[in-house]
Ligand binder design. Structure first.
Ligand SMILES: [Zn+2]
Ligand SMILES: [Zn+2]
Length: 648
């Protein structure tokens, strides 16, 4: 008999030759119907795997991340089989499941796969799926594995790096592939498939290697799920920040300036400035002090911080000067600079915490293939701050940072998020810097702060940085996609490396603890996510232009200027469109620009000192005529409704 432990803590006994699926059946028929994969002692197993030892068994359905992974991993085998049947002589390389679907990197030789080919691949996959093949795993010796792939240099390379005795293949239908396992019970549950896209991908991601074709696909247990997914993709395309950024005149890129280096246009710059002053205001309330540091620093600075070791080889190379041996680096992080600001004078425990904030621009070299709009760039600005505090202050400081992050999310309409607490790997404590006692303190501070603030949390062991535990905010956007925004990290390492000190109440010198935090993360990435989340309809308080003043003809230019000035005095941001165009065209363009309020000015308005107000979303109707003063009162109230108070 073997003892199996289940996630709810229950322990049950089974005979020592039971299959995973039969264990599910013993619990309930419903469970057995829905189970599509399982893990035993944390390792993915087949539903047909025979269990022979005690251990922990977890079942997964389509609704679990692991279930989807098995589903898509299995679908990738089916796609590979379809591709081999359709294109003889191709070489398969690797084909993992990803967050949304799966891909396979294939060497197609001279054949080029285009969109017109997708349908026949999908049809072949579905035909294979309907044949209800089961997946079975078998061990293969290294020698036999190499023989099986003697014409495939990619698989050969993979196998050469594996240990003899650990190599397994998966078979289904007439197809086999090198595979570690973790499949669905049979192919028939794959009811809908879609080839999404093909792209070039270098073998092992290295530009020096051969370029392969990456075929992306996705599959579902129901046709309806696929339809919904494709609709979501369409909506995501409409909301793509690169498209909206162009339409709304926010940012651009120039080949001459360089890849991955965004140029902010006046409207985009206004939006950034709005976000920055919003955060600066809150930070001031929370006791932060603004600092400013240069974009470069001596190489030694980053050698001291350890960043050179980490980023040096793969990032921008040192800048040389006419002085022999002098080398500077573009800063990859603001932290070392802030450490030196702290070091500029001695501190006593009574002076702490010190909270230094800076919208600091940093530079990291990303491979050109990795660059993507504003989400992956080579130069970006962090809403960075570093808090230097005593161990006793850590609790309180951590809670305050959480308050600030929650305020930021709330003000920008991100309501749906979880906090991931990343702690040490308990088994492997030696790989972390700092005393056990300090780590315990910091980990407890994070857990306590997150609990007290009522955050919905997940704890991940082993996910902490080597220098300290952290709290990351995972935000769901309007399309249900998850983004990591906002991070708070405790750091014992940099205070050590920079020999930061303060005099304690015992008159002895002590090391402060450093907290790194950035609620937006990077301004570039944050704005990209905000654009896609809101489709460009930012909260009214943030809109770079809250009002557009449209004249019926050039005659009303003067009156328009007067309205503009009155709005400006009242801190309402507006612009005038007095071009010699039809009002219909001006309205259409203003709506494309997503200006929330349009004021239309003509004869009557000028004569009566009024404005005709048109609100976005109210189809084609000028909804009301107001005096300028009443409009100002009205919009002020509307702006207020979208603003949140930050209470310290
Ligand atoms: Zn597999
Ligand atoms: Zn930092």
């Amino acid at each position: 008999m073997i003892k199996l432990t289940f996630p709810d803590g229950q322990v049950r006994e089974y005979s020592a030759d039971i299959q995973v699926i039969d264990v599910a059946k013993s619990i309930s028929e419903g469970l057995a119907r829905n189970v599509i994969s399982a893990s035993f002692n944390g390792v993915a197993v087949e539903t047909t795997t025979t269990l022979t030892t005690d251990g922990t068994l977890k079942f997964y359905t389509w609704n679990d991340k692991e279930g989807k992974k098995a589903f898509w991993h299995s679908s990738s085998h089916v796609m590979a089989q379809a591709l081999e049947e359709l294109y003889s002589g191709i070489k398969l390389t690797i084909g993992p499941a990803i967050d949304n679907g799966f891909y396979y990197d294939v060497d197609f030789g001279d054949t080029k796969i285009i969109e017109a080919d997708f349908k026949k691949i999908e049809d072949r996959m579905l035909a294979i799926a309907r044949e209800k093949h089961t997946f079975s795993m078998r061990s293969v010796s290294k020698k036999d594995a190499l023989a099986l792939y003697q014409n495939n240099e990619f698989k050969t390379e993979l196998i050469q790096n594996l240990e003899d005795g650990s190599i397994t293949f998966c078979d289904h239908s007439t197809f086999s592939d090198l595979c570690r396992g973790g499949h669905i019970p049979n192919t028939e549950i794959i009811k809908a498939v879609k080839i999404l896209n093909v792209a070039g991908a270098y073998w092992r991601g290295d530009e020096k290697n051969k370029q392969l074709t990456r075929v992306y696909g996705i599959s579902f247990p129901k046709q309806k799920d696929l339809t919904e997914y494709l609709e979501l993709l369409e909506e995501a395309k409409r909301r793509d920040h690169r498209k909206l950024g162009k339409e709304l005149d926010l940012f651009t890129f120039s080949k001459r300036v360089g890849q991955g280096l965004p140029l902010w246009l006046p409207k985009g710059a206004a939006l950034r400035e709005q976000l920055e002053s919003f955060l600066k205001k809150a930070q001031k309330k929370a006791g932060y002090e603004q600092v400013v540091t240069p974009h470069i620093g001596q190489k030694e600075l980053y050698v001291c911080s350890g960043h050179y070791e980490k980023y040096g080889a793969d990032s921008f190379q040192p800048i040389h000067t006419p002085a022999e041996g002098e080398e500077f680096l573009l800063k990859p992080m603001n932290c070392p600079h802030h450490c030196e600001i702290y070091n500029a004078r001695p501190w006593s425990y009574k002076d702490l915490p010190k909270r230094y904030a800076e919208f600091g621009t940093v530079y990291r070299y990303e491979q050109s293939g990795e660059l993507h709009g504003l989400t992956r760039v080579r130069g970006f600005t962090q809403d960075d701050a570093h808090i230097f505090c005593t161990p006793d202050q850590l609790d309180e400081e951590f809670k305050k940072v959480i308050d600030l992050v929650l305020y930021v999310f709330g003000s920008l309409g991100f309501e749906n998020f979880t906090a991931q607490i990343s702690l040490r790997d308990q088994e492997n404590r030696s790989k972390y810097i700092g005393s056990d006692e300090n780590w315990e303190k910091a980990e407890n501070a994070i857990i306590k702060a997150a609990t007290e603030k009522g955050l919905s949390t997940v704890v991940e062991y082993g996910e902490a940085a080597f220098y300290g535990p952290k709290l990351d905010f995972m935000v769901k956007d309007a399309l249900g996609r998850s983004w990591q925004l906002g991070t708070i990290q405790v750091d014992y390492n940099l205070p050590e490396r920079f020999e930061l000190t303060y005099k304690g109440s015992d008159n002895e010198m002590h090391r402060p603890i450093m907290i790194h935090r950035a609620p937006f993360g990077s301004m570039e990435r944050f704005i990209a996510i905000l654009l896609e989340h809101t489709a460009g309809n930012f909260p009214l308080w943030l809109m770079p232009n809250q009002v557009a003043i449209l004249t019926l003809s050039e005659k009303y230019e003067k009156y328009a200027k007067k309205v503009f000035n009155l709005l400006e005095i009242n801190e309402i941001r507006s612009l005038i469109d007095d071009r010699n165009e039809t009002i219909g065209k001006k309205i259409r363009e203003a709506e494309l620009n997503k200006y929330p309020y349009l004021l239309i000015l003509g004869d009557e308005e000028e004569r009566n000192g009024t404005v005709s107000v048109r609100v976005k979303g109210q189809d084609g109707k000028t909804n009301q005529t107001l005096s300028i003063e009443s409009f100002i009162e009205f919009i002020k109230t509307e702006i207020k409704k979208t603003e949140k108070e930050f209470n310290v």
